[in-house]
Design a protein around this ligand. Structure first.
Ligand code: ADP
Length: 535
């Protein structure tokens, strides 16, 4: 309590902080899974300050985050150094960090990146500290980076698993805000953390309202503008967009057509412009920021009343982080996501064009499908879905109707569309055979064909001669459309872009290989597998 008050100048502990600190003081391995902003750092910083006979080593993935944490600690007078990265003027004037660590007058904490751990002088230093019993604890921040499940692509992070072997007597703290059950198990296993004290906080943000709305391109922007003017007049918010150009376009429409105080923000902007826009927004001079995912790190504005996603987020974890910027003050705030399947396709095309390994691309696509599934699930409590992603069980009765699905009072009807899906695949397959080489069938053509459209383009190709042409005539177009989307989300169909003349055409493909791997909630998996095998 003394250190909390006198050093950190804070009044009281937040939930589970004291327990985690006590476990660390007992020299145990500690695993901390708290949402971002809930105060994980204190769980190792207070023990580090209290351990006056040794040094606590903190490994963090990003030089910029290390710099922020070190600066904040120096400001309150905690003796801390960092290895690697740029040294500040003050640090250059004083003894180098490494010399400090070799000297008698050691700092309480040293921050470094995993790459620094591999550098021979650092290794020598740590071994010497260890041999003299002065290595108090290893702290692994953002510990999910250590696992393949974490997929954060830091090559040197997985090597951290070796510290247990190299320094078997030094306890470890692993901290993360993004771990589902698999990630957690993998972290504990890789770091060989036995008898580990584990602390978790719920990720539920009780004051946030979640809603998914269908995105009808032009109308949607109009709806956003009206909402901002009527519901959130004079209040602060964020609108997330997929691309830099859409950020600029959306901000312009909000500003010029609707008189809303809005500005764009993205990574291509000059960094001074970016800082200025962020500052204006933080100070309330600009109310709405229209941004790509580049906007987020280090935002600490308490009164954000809405976060809207004009396009689909990249993953459910990203969605949680981005919406998490709303309502930090604990007052009600709204998170509205505009969903259209076209955005999923656009995003997939973006992913496929990126200069990344095939594995990374596949993970990114999988993440995207998870969000698509979330958007299309108009039955299950949104909170329950988001929290399940973090391995947290949530009883929808506690949602307090703070999501669109819990508010929706219409009765839920379940219909088995397996037969329809099989017929759709059969018709698709036989239409493909009728197509000329180098051409294919688009999703909307398949929808029309399933509903027996008399469109000239389809009739000319002879599609209507197939016995299954019009087999889903009795279903509304929206249902057939949705069925095909669902089949794509579940991996029965996929789309690929093909250049046809000057245009990009998106054709459908059947993906039989993925079928046995997926869990199909609405379609009967075994029957579909049987049917597609016969195709
Ligand atoms: P995390 O690492 O979980 O994202 P931090 O440790 O960076 O969170 O803490 C987030 C913010 O909460 C910081 O500004 C920190 O000073 C503040 N904080 C942490 N613990 C407390 C506390 N017990 N009382 C008040 N503020 C706290």
């Amino acid at each position: 309590m003394k250190v909390l008050k006198n050093v950190f100048r804070l009044e009281s502990f937040r939930p589970k902080q004291l327990e985690a600190i006590c476990a660390a003081m007992d020299g145990r391995d500690v695993f901390v899974l708290f949402p971002t902003g809930s105060g994980k750092s204190l769980t190792f910083q207070i023990p580090a300050v209290l351990h006056t006979t040794g040094v606590t080593v903190v490994v963090g993935p990003l030089v910029s985050l290390i710099r922020d944490q070190v600066d904040a600690l120096l400001k309150i007078g905690v003796d801390v150094v960092k290895l690697g990265g740029e040294q500040s003027d003050r640090e250059r004037q004083e003894m180098s960090a490494r010399d400090r660590l070799w000297s008698q007058d050691k700092p309480r904490l040293v921050y470094l990146t995993p790459e620094q751990l591999r550098v021979p002088p650092t290794k020598k230093l740590l071994e010497s500290l260890y041999n003299r019993g002065q290595l108090v604890r290893f702290v692994i921040d953002e510990a999910h980076c250590i696992t393949d499940w974490g997929r954060r692509f830091r090559d040197s992070y997985p090597e951290l698993a070796d510290i247990r072997k190299q320094y078997p007597k030094t306890p470890i703290s692993a901290l993360t805000a993004t771990a589902n059950a698999e990630v957690e198990r993998d972290i504990l296993c890789r770091l060989d953390m036995r008898d580990c004290a584990q602390f978790r906080l719920s990720f539920n943000r009780k004051n946030l309202y979640y809603e998914v709305r269908p995105k009808k391109s032009k109308k949607c922007l109009e709806e956003i503008a009206q909402d901002i003017k009527q519901q959130y007049a004079g209040q602060t918010g964020i609108v997330y967009c997929l691309s830099r150009t859409s950020c600029e376009d959306v901000a312009k429409v909000l500003r010029e057509d609707h008189g809303i105080s809005a500005k764009h923000y993205h990574a291509k902007m000059d960094h001074r412009d970016r800082e200025r826009v962020q500052r204006e927004w933080s100070e309330g001079k600009v109310l709405v920021i229209v941004a790509t995912v580049a906007f987020g790190m280090g935002i600490d504005k308490a009164d954000v009343r809405f976060v809207m996603h004009y396009s689909i987020p990249q993953s459910l974890a990203a969605y949680y982080q981005e919406t998490g910027r709303a309502g930090r003050d604990g007052n009600p705030a709204q998170c509205i996501l505009y969903y259209s399947f076209n955005d999923v396709r656009t995003r997939i095309d973006m992913i496929r064009k990126e200069d990344k390994s095939d594995d990374e691309k596949r993970w990114q696509e999988d993440d995207l499908w998870t969000v698509a599934r979330y958007c299309m699930n108009d039955v299950r409590c949104r909170r329950q879905q988001v929290l399940a992603h973090f391995g947290e069980k949530f009883n929808p009765a506690h949602c307090n109707q703070l999501c669109d699905n819990c508010r929706d009072t219409r009765p839920i009807t379940r219909m088995d569309h397996t037969e329809d899906a099989i017929n759709a695949l059969r018709l698709f397959e036989s239409l493909l055979r009728m197509c000329k080489r180098n051409s294919g069938i688009t999703k909307s053509q398949l929808v029309y064909a399933l509903r027996g459209s008399k469109q000239k383009a389809l009739v000319e190709k002879g599609f209507n001669s197939d016995a299954l042409y019009g087999v889903l005539k009795s279903l509304p177009q929206a249902t057939v459309d949705r069925l095909l989307d669902e089949m794509m989300v579940e991996g029965f169909l996929s789309s690929s872009q093909v250049q046809v003349g000057e245009y990009n055409q998106t054709y459908l493909k059947v993906c039989m290989l993925t079928i046995s791997l997926r869990v199909i909630p609405t379609l009967t998996q075994s029957r579909l597998r049987w049917a597609t095998k016969r195709l």
